[in-house]
Design a protein around this ligand. Structure first.
Ligand code: ADP
Ligand code: ZN
Length: 604
């Protein structure tokens, strides 16, 4: 059940960054320009009015001066000579030290010099503009610094040149649910704690691990927990920060990031949103080339350090399928961990963790909240509890009540509904029957692998999934196996039809896969008696003609027959086991995932 769209955001980001850079350059140029202008303007004006300060002192001593006017905050004085015409503008003299000068004049007046000193207060506007002019050089220098720092990747809000470094105090206990995921990372923690032991043994530890999952599912949290558990520094940087850079700087940032990591190793590098730099290399124009450089640098760095460096790179993405395959090669991000949205148990645990330092009324039931929040991520659950605390405060409750939490859920849900991420009861039921259908049908097939887990927690574009245990690598697949594969694929659709008497788009991928298998059986593997062991793998209808005029009809009919038979068989199995189908679906709706053991129980 596809529910994903998320592309405009990146473009908007690029435009925003471009604008910010543009504005900074523009402002700097404007400031420099006005400074240069102001400088020459003042220079020129002063030139024809200036009288040397020493000459002024001499004229005062000679009692040639009638009046000196000074404005507060200004470095100049206006001089009126004795016998000077009323209309004549006085001369302007620049005063190096206005305080000393005022004192000097006052002393002359006391000594009997008949000189008049007028001190004017400027109006505020003039004073401010005078002050501003004084500050212009400082401002320009400041602006230049900001520009340079930004170009090099200092400065900016959370932009730190070689990654944000901190020792985290997050532990695995702070990460709820995700038990399997934590287990997969225990080995990494141990390695970071005792790199030497692993090295002495000659063991190869992965350098890069990709954490895949929706935003807010706890990827950053679990990465921090790895660092916290191992007691090593955690350096983080977001992929989008690399591309916010001026040309060529993304790559140098990557280099600096790894340089720093090697210095403080053992440590963890965390690259969030790695798809921002690691997207598949396509064209080579403009921004693309820039990203390619950054990506290439990342590849170089990953290849460059040996495992004895004890730096582990964890990267997060919501779109692993978009990543350049070069990133996923051995020695790079060759291990992937799926971080899925929490199931009902996981949600309850997350709620527990985030309710720790909040005051709840007795009888608040986190379990029922977990039931009402299917499809919510950890971040959204944390948000709900926070909202509920706010709502409780607004409502003047002594502690958080169940109703406050329910209100918070509604509030958060409204926000989510816009992005259509909340799973309705109806969808849940449909998905439950669909997945139960797959699983139960497989159970009655000879060749099918055992069911390992059934879930209605969305994963990627799928609304739910049924996982199988595969224990052997097979070289050949028999005709029976392929036929039965068709049956189990169509089990989802068959269950929908049987239980809800309606069918949905949720089965589209199953149908696509089934059709391909059936076609391959007929046209490649020669598994249809009517067509015989002939390969019809050709794109040209003309070539098909040599097998007779209606070979296409025959092929079509054979494919349809395989599918129809498989669908009927799936329906038969489910009809016979209707009570189990209902039971499994009901349990799925309640607990969202069913383990292998739990599934087996239904057949006892
Ligand atoms: P991501 O990196 O996957 O986008 P984060 O790790 O940033 O998600 O999660 C955001 C916040 O949501 C975390 O800081 C934490 O408060 C909460 N959270 C998410 N998942 C969990 C979890 N499994 N257990 C506890 N808290 C979680
Ligand atoms: Zn399916």
């Amino acid at each position: 059940m596809p529910k994903n769209k998320n592309n405009n955001k990146d473009n908007n980001k690029k435009i925003k960054n471009f604008l910010i850079n543009f504005i900074i350059i523009f402002l700097t140029l404007a400031i420099i320009g006005s400074l240069v202008f102001a400088y020459f303007y003042i220079e020129n004006k002063n030139k024809d009015m200036e009288v040397a300060y020493t000459e002024l002192i001499k004229q005062i001593d000679d009692e040639k001066i009638e009046k000196i006017e000074m404005t507060a905050g200004s470095q100049t004085a206006k001089i009126t000579y004795k016998g000077q015409n009323e209309e004549d503008e006085g001369k302007i003299v620049s005063i190096p030290d206005t305080e000393a000068f005022t004192e000097l004049i006052q002393k002359k007046v006391q000594d009997g010099n008949n000189i008049e000193l007028i001190q004017k207060q400027t109006n505020i506007f003039l004073r401010i503009s005078a002050t501003l002019i004084q500050f212009i050089p400082t401002l320009v220098i400041l602006a230049l610094f900001i520009l340079i720092f930004k170009m090099q990747g200092f400065g900016g809000e959370k932009k730190i040149y070689d990654g944000e470094e901190n020792d985290t105090n997050v532990r695995f206990d702070d990460v709820a649910g995700l038990e399997e995921e934590k287990n997969e990372l225990v080995e990494i923690v141990d390695f970071l704690k005792n790199p030497k032991r692993y090295q002495d043994m000659g063991a190869k530890v992965p350098k890069g691990i990709l954490l895949c999952g929706k935003p807010g599912t706890g990827k950053t949290l679990i990465a921090k927990a790895v660092a916290g558990e191992a007691g090593v520094p955690f350096i983080s940087m977001s992929g989008s920060e690399f591309i916010e850079m001026f040309a060529g700087l993304g790559a140098s940032r990557v280099r600096k990031l790894f340089e720093k990591a090697k210095k403080i190793a053992p440590c963890i590098i965390f690259i969030d949103e790695i798809d921002a730099i690691g997207a598949r290399r396509t064209s080579n124009s403009g921004a693309e080339t820039e990203n390619n450089q950054t990506l290439n640098q990342l590849l170089v760095e990953m290849d460059g350090f040996e495992t004895e460096t004890s730096v582990i790179v964890l990267a997060a993405t919501n779109r692993p399928e978009m990543l350049d395959t070069a990133l996923l090669r051995p020695g790079r991000f060759d291990r992937q961990i799926m971080i899925s949205t929490p199931d009902i148990k996981g949600r309850e645990e997350i709620l527990k963790i985030h309710s720790k330092n909040k005051k709840f009324e007795n009888g608040v039931n986190l379990k029922s909240i977990a039931e009402d929040t299917a499809g919510f991520t950890g971040a959204e659950l944390a948000n709900i509890l926070n909202e509920s605390a706010i709502i409780a405060t607004i409502n003047k409750h002594k502690s958080i009540k169940q109703e406050d939490i329910e209100e918070a859920i509604k509030k958060v849900t409204v926000g989510l509904q816009k992005t259509s991420r909340v799973i309705s009861e109806k969808d849940k039921k449909l998905t439950a029957y669909h997945e139960a259908g797959h699983a139960i049908v497989s159970k009655f097939l000879e060749t099918s692998d055992d069911v390992k887990e059934i879930s209605i927690v969305p994963r990627g574009v799928a609304g739910g999934y049924t996982m199988y245990k595969t224990d052997e690598d097979k070289f050949y697949i028999s005709k029976t196996e392929m036929e039965e594969r068709l049956v189990s694929l169509l089990g989802g659709r068959a269950a929908e039809k049987l239980a809800l008497n309606d069918i949905s788009t949720g089965a589209s991928n199953d149908i696509e896969v089934a059709t391909k298998i059936a076609r391959d059986m007929v046209t490649i593997y020669g598994m249809s008696d009517k067509v015989g062991p002939i390969s019809l793998k050709t794109d040209s209808p003309y070539e098909l003609q040599i097998f007779g005029e209606n070979i296409e009809d025959v092929v079509g009919k054979e494919i349809k027959k395989l599918i129809d038979e498989a669908y009927t068989k799936a329906q038969d199995i489910l009809k016979k086991n209707r009570p189990i189908l209902d039971a499994v679906s009901e349990v799925l709706i309640i607990q969202e995932t069913i383990s292998q053991e739990e599934f087996e129980e239904f057949f006892k």
